[in-house]
Ligand binder design. Sequence first.
Ligand SMILES: Cc1cc2nc3c(=O)[nH]c(=O)nc-3n(C[C@H](O)[C@H](O)[C@H](O)COP(=O)(O)OP(=O)(O)OC[C@H]3O[C@@H](n4cnc5c(N)ncnc54)[C@H](O)[C@@H]3O)c2cc1C
Length: 412
Amino acid sequence: MSSQIINIVIGGGAAGIFAAIRCKTQNPHSQVILLEKTNQLLAKVRISGGGRCNVTHACFDPKKLVQNYPRGSKELIGPFHTFQPKDTVAWFEQQGVLLKTENDGRMFPTTDSSETIIQCLMHAAAQLGVDIRKQQRIVSIQKQGHQFLIQLQDQQISADAVLLATGSSSWGYSVAKDFGHEIVEPVPSLFTFNIPTSPLLDLQGIAVPNVIVTLKDTPLKQQGPLLITHWGFSGPAVLKLSAWAARTLHDLQYKAILLVNWLASQNQEALYQSLLQRKSENPLQSFPPLLPSNLLQRLLASLNMDPVTPLGKLPNKALAQLAAKLHADPYAIEGKTTYKQEFVTAGGVDLKGIDFKTMESRKTPGLFFAGEILNIDGVTGGFNFQNAWTTGWLAGTAMGEEGVDKNISKFS
Ligand SMILES: Cc1cc2nc3c(=O)[nH]c(=O)nc-3n(C[C@H](O)[C@H](O)[C@H](O)COP(=O)(O)OP(=O)(O)OC[C@H]3O[C@@H](n4cnc5c(N)ncnc54)[C@H](O)[C@@H]3O)c2cc1C
């Protein structure tokens, strides 16, 4: 009778593959079997970051890093002390893959190709002897004593530990539920806003580098670049707000008023005062170039003003109106669009049921979780893959270590 430890990883995405590699590294004597439903591994890695794969983010302070997770920030602080972006960079470097940092902190392979990351992970898994099986349909999973019985269509596997890394699949949620876990309702995160009544739609392509977007009547606001699109607004500020407001917007059926502060670097009163000063010092001059000219012209037109009107001809009230509009310009959100952007699911397996030292279930010993199946999601910028690497690392480590202990006790 074989006493070999068998660890099963379900799901061949970033979290599952990384966990399987880690588990097999920790305990080379164990058998690590990865079961993937489709015939493609790492499918999201392939399309991620526009085909370049935004692997992680150059933020190396766990306290700052967790601020990028609308859900999961409290729970990830411990895990990030064990495995954080610095460790991700070092791990890939050990495998011969160098990452580079862009101005905004996003990290990509120097090849600018997600294939580099896929080949690296697949090579590491193959070298270690992870048994990867594609197109597997799992009929059921049951726990009998300390063992898990995984019923496949044509075979049954008895395993010592099981890792669920099935991303946002409803199947994964229902298995977690069967094993005693609560599921926080999954809703989309990271999307752009549809604003069909926006008078700016034909200005698509104009980017404003520093705006503050606020959901009216809520404390939810984000700052950063905004992009005008032919359906509404996109860009980092909007994507970040969509993440922090994912549940609120879902509850509002994606209908809400967005207030745009077009000049985040200057407050309303300071802008008003600077316009008054310009008017008194140079009454023949028109408006300063506060924003891209087409956009400023359009915003002024909505107040029946013209960009070439000398400021001396405008009453102070009009300048106050402009300052007010530029700092709280309302737009009616009516729906959402995902457009060539990464998107993730907010919601999933409730974090209270997980031990974040090991990613093991508090409900069912021997069951582990990693990646997007958990109620964890980050804003855009590489934070979602970092969650997959970190939680996959912890789960793989714990599964491997438990396996080592069991092997020792079996042999002693
Ligand atoms: C277009 C796009 C671009 C993105 N770009 C980035 C980016 O650049 N940077 C970033 O940080 N994040 C990005 N993300 C988010 C990131 O891809 C995910 O957060 C990450 O892939 C989650 O990894 P995971 O392994 O948990 O889940 P997944 O990648 O979803 O993998 C889950 C796996 O489980 C398998 N599975 C499901 N059910 C079963 C079953 N019953 N049996 C067996 N297998 C099953 C699935 O087929 C899949 O292979 C992007 C997302 C999208 C959609």
